[in-house]
Design a protein around this ligand. Sequence first.
Ligand code: SF4
Length: 441
Amino acid sequence: MKVHLIRPKTDELYAPVKQVYSSFPPPVGLSCIGSEIRDRAEVSIYDGNIREPTLEADIIGLQDWVTTHKEALALAKRAKQQNPNCVTVLGGINASHLAPRILTNHPFVDYVVSGHGEPAMVGLVEGRPLDEVPNLYYREGGSVKSTKQKLVKSPFFDLEQVVEWECDEETPFPISAIRGCIKSAKEGICRYCSLFNERVNIISPEDFWTQIRTLKDKYGLTYFFETGDEFNVGTYPQRLLDARPEDLGDITLRIYTYPEILAQKGVIDTLARLQVRELYMGIETVNQGLLTNAGRQYNAGAVEGILEQMSLVGIRAMMPFMFGLPGETNDTAQENFDFSQRLLERYPETIKMMQYSLVVPIIGSEYFVMASTAKKVREAYEQNGKSLSRDDDFDYQKLTEFFIETFTEADTEFLKSLVIRGKKIAKEKGYLTSTFIGVGE
Ligand code: SF4
């Protein structure tokens, strides 16, 4: 049996998302799935951003994110037209939230995986009865059914099935040791976040270094990006440090984390000893009223204190600034923007990336629910047959604008101008920059 796992090329609308790093590292989530089924099937993994995938396979698995949804559907349709017997499967964070809608709207998609892909693809490849395949949505008797959720730790992977990939020295290579978000598990999910599973699964420190060693020995990789939503799961960084083999002391890391954790005593020092080279710090605003609304417990002073400490140990920061949170005014947005500029002046060497975005009420987030249940947003958005309750593809540009008009007192054009200006300044000063899923420009 032939299985092709495909990361579709980024949809045209979201092309700016591609521009953060100089190269496009391989789809590690698909490599994890590939490693679980490769003794049962002949697996090829394609990255559509690098090479046009071929669709001659028994099963086509397509990674469906907001940024690749149109292309994933187009490939599924083409695969079905070429060979009606080909089984088409969509999975990934966007599909996970939209599974019933996708199956209702697109007859050429056979199944949608909602959640971790490994157990579902194993079940499909083995030909198990559909109701015994975990994490699956499927059609039966005119309705859409779903099976039980099964969460798994990330398996070991290598890149032997990836047809073509690239990763230059400036681009961290993704690994997936942590699944889920400890912040969400302990304190609840951030209101703009579309995280699918809240439970946290981590691989052991020993397995972490075994995975790293495999990738270093086979491909010479030494700079890694842990894609888990929050790296500081309890004492995990210290345990990694304790378990690190001597000959892997040259490994450097990029991680995701948030300021409430970084402000805790000793955390930054531990990250420095672990050779974290840069971290993405989940701040969105520094306006105290908006932070309190969002249930966040840091403030501008804490962020500066963190950057001060990071500058002493040589860790660089990637900072996201978000405009249009509920309650935003032009003044609070300006305050946030000015703070970002002050950071650039005070910590020019410590900052690596400045991300400027509008709040996007993305599917799966509380903000999407707020948007889709607000009469004013619905009336404005649901023109020309569009539906927030039935569609699986959204005009996030428009939805974002209507969300901002409804839930803030700020002027949308003013917020957009801050996004554009922030990116322009960052670029001119030589920093990496981006906009969350490309909306707001
Ligand atoms: S935004 Fe980040 S910190 Fe917040 S719940 Fe989502 S993954 Fe966790």
